[in-house]
Design a protein around this ligand. Structure first.
Ligand code: G1P
Length: 271
């Protein structure tokens, strides 16, 4: 059973400047709702009971968003507005599920995951990258179903344009399980177009084994001087750990870039 999810939120969001110069990108509204709330909803619907946020001192505004009780209570006392009351109830519900850990140096996703080590209780946990929104179908829920059957790690996969492989983690396949799932032979972080083994890219949903922490301890910096989760996953696969790639059914929205962010509001508006 997967009960815990982790969400790395310490990134600086430079691709969305100037929107992120004084504000957290994960709190930006997407069609009138804070982006991070879509991710939380995906978790809850997938049966997750506890969510660990990896923030930084610079991103404490995220904590404040969930710990703004006095403000809400004052407004509600004065206005008794049903919409505000319901929004506050929702935020209180989320707050109960959330724990915070800090990554004050944004050294990469691998380093962010390592910060959660002490809080992870079970053998497997879910990680969601908040820049990657998946709508129309709950990707985490489907991945948990696969994990429950196969009892191994699962990662989301999507075919990308061959000319963009150097922006993603790229899989090489070992064996197809069925139309939508395959065993992963290898995964390479942001390969050159020439050396990329495929155009099957890693999308930000991962069910990871606790064994990843041992690898992360020793993980050296990789592409762009960052500690990548992909590099530690690769080592686990080399050790014989099973990883499944899941071609998800929902629609992917890249909220980490300006054009993607703008498009995602329009796409969600059409739903
Ligand atoms: C991260 C991962 C990469 C993955 C991507 C999905 O990259 O390192 O393997 O393909 O998320 O969005 P980033 O977007 O942080 O550069």
């Amino acid at each position: 059973m997967i009960r815990q999810a982790i969400i790395p939120l310490a990134g600086l969001g430079t691709r969305l400047l100037p929107l992120t110069s004084v504000y957290a990108k994960e709190l930006l509204p997407i069609n009138g709702k804070v982006g991070l709330e879509y991710i939380i909803e995906e978790c809850i619907e997938a049966g997750i009971k506890e969510i660990i946020f990896i923030i930084s001192k610079k991103k404490e505004i995220i904590k404040k968003y969930f710990y703004n009780d006095k403000f809400y209570q004052k407004i509600i006392k004065k206005k008794k507005n049903l919409r505000i009351i319901n929004e506050y109830k929702k935020i209180k519900k989320y707050k109960k599920m959330i724990k915070f850990v800090y990554q004050n140096n944004p050294k990469g996703t691998g380093d962010a995951v390592l910060k959660t080590k002490k809080l992870i209780k079970d053998n497997f946990f879910l990680m969601l990258l908040p820049d990657d929104l998946i709508i129309k179908k709950n990707c985490s829920k489907d991945m948990i179903l696969i994990h429950n059957k196969k009892k191994c790690s699962v990662m989301a996969s999507m075919k990308v344009n061959k000319s963009t492989v150097n922006r993603w983690g790229i899989y090489s396949k070992k064996k197809n399980i069925n139309k939508n799932n395959f065993y992963i032979k290898d995964v390479i972080e942001k390969p050159d177009i020439k050396s990329a083994p495929s155009n099957n890219a890693v999308i930000g949903r991962y069910i990871l084994t606790k064994k990843i922490f041992k690898k992360l301890y020793k993980q050296k910096k990789g592409k762009g001087g960052e500690i990548h989760i992909t590099d530690s996953i690769r080592k686990l696969i080399k050790d014989g750990e099973k990883f499944i790639g899941h071609n998800f059914k929902g629609r992917y929205l890249d909220c980490g870039t300006m054009s993607g962010y703008i498009k995602s509001s329009m796409e969600i508006n059409k739903l």
